[in-house]
Design a protein around this ligand. Structure first.
Ligand code: AMP
Ligand code: MG
Length: 297
């Protein structure tokens, strides 16, 4: 294996270790990933879920563990999981440098947390991580010729509406290219996201959610926010989004029995590795990349 590849995988291994250590120190418990379930996030993206028949029933390959995270909080207070996701992305996304059709999210959720709590946690987690990787992986970063800038919390914030007004519809990538530090985009319009993101208490029509954008053109790092947990409100939001309740039968049954309020986010490990290593293409961050539109092993 080339020195370059070894450096990338050593850094990725360290990233995962350091993130897990950080979360465990904050009293999070790591849970196992769910690969197959009759319920998965159907997403507000042009992706399709993988489907498989088990004992005559339709199961999905996980697109995100959002519903399982909410359910897990009925038993635990703070959880994280390295969750493999399969999302059959449109084939032309092979050119973006940041899409795979199989990837891993570090997905976390906290019972009774507010958006502000998880934004603060995330800022500290990323800042600590970068500091530690610069310390642990000096040699590897040198091989990759990567000069990583240490970020400093709090990160700047811009609302979705401000971003759209200033940069137009491609705001994510334009902001990413313009900024030298990670930046938050907050308060997405309610119809732009899925039914499980919670509407802002003080700003009807907008969500208490956020995306973190990497600097230097690396694009979106993570998405998250506060979650809707009230059964009647979930049903109303599903209806407004044109989602069929029959597709979410298991989830609705759980929600009827009572879900705890929570907030959380999911950060893509391959994109994080790409950013930290300064790579042109996300393919380089995994030994068996699933490139949209291509036949991959
Ligand atoms: P989402 O909930 O769709 O925002 O996904 C959460 C995070 O997972 C994103 O912010 C990315 O870091 C990562 N992610 C989403 N889709 C992909 C993909 N196709 N390839 C690689 N990473 C992805
Ligand atoms: Mg997102």
């Amino acid at each position: 294996m080339s020195k370059r590849k070894t450096a990338i995988f050593k850094i990725q291994s360290k990233i995962k270790r350091r993130l897990a250590e950080y979360l465990e120190l904050k009293d999070f418990i790591e849970i196992n990933p769910v690969i197959l379930s009759p319920m998965t996030d159907l997403l507000n993206h042009p992706t399709a879920p993988g489907e498989i028949k088990c004992y005559g029933e339709k199961y999905y390959l996980t697109q995100s563990m959002i519903f399982h995270k909410q359910t897990a909080l009925k038993s635990l207070d703070k959880i994280f999981v390295f969750s493999p996701n399969v999302r059959i992305e449109p084939a032309d996304r092979c050119k973006t440098g940041r899409h795979l059709f199989e990837f891993t999210q570090l997905d976390l959720e906290i019972k009774k947390a507010k958006r502000e709590d998880i934004m603060t946690l995330c800022e500290e987690m990323i800042t600590e991580l970068i500091k530690n990787i610069k310390k642990d992986c000096k040699k590897e970063l040198k091989i990759l010729k990567r000069t990583l800038k240490t970020s400093k919390p709090p990160f700047k914030r811009i609302t979705y509406s401000q971003a759209y007004e200033k940069y137009g519809k491609d705001f994510e990538i334009k902001i990413s290219k313009e900024y030298k530090e990670p930046i938050w985009i907050i308060d997405m319009p309610i119809m732009h996201r899925e039914f499980y993101d919670r509407e802002h208490n003080d700003k009807p029509g907008y969500l208490a959610d956020m995306d973190l954008i990497y600097p230097e053109g690396y694009g979106e790092a993570l998405s998250g926010g506060e979650r809707e947990y009230k059964y009647e409100r979930i049903k109303k939001r599903m209806k407004n989004k044109g989602k069929k309740q029959s597709e979410f039968k298991s989830y609705l049954e759980i929600a009827k029995g009572g879900l705890p309020p929570s907030a959380g986010f999911g950060i893509g490990i391959e994109r994080l590795t790409r950013y930290i290593c300064g790579l042109k293409k996300i393919e380089e961050t995994t030994l068996f990349p699933k490139i949209p539109g291509k036949k991959c092993i």
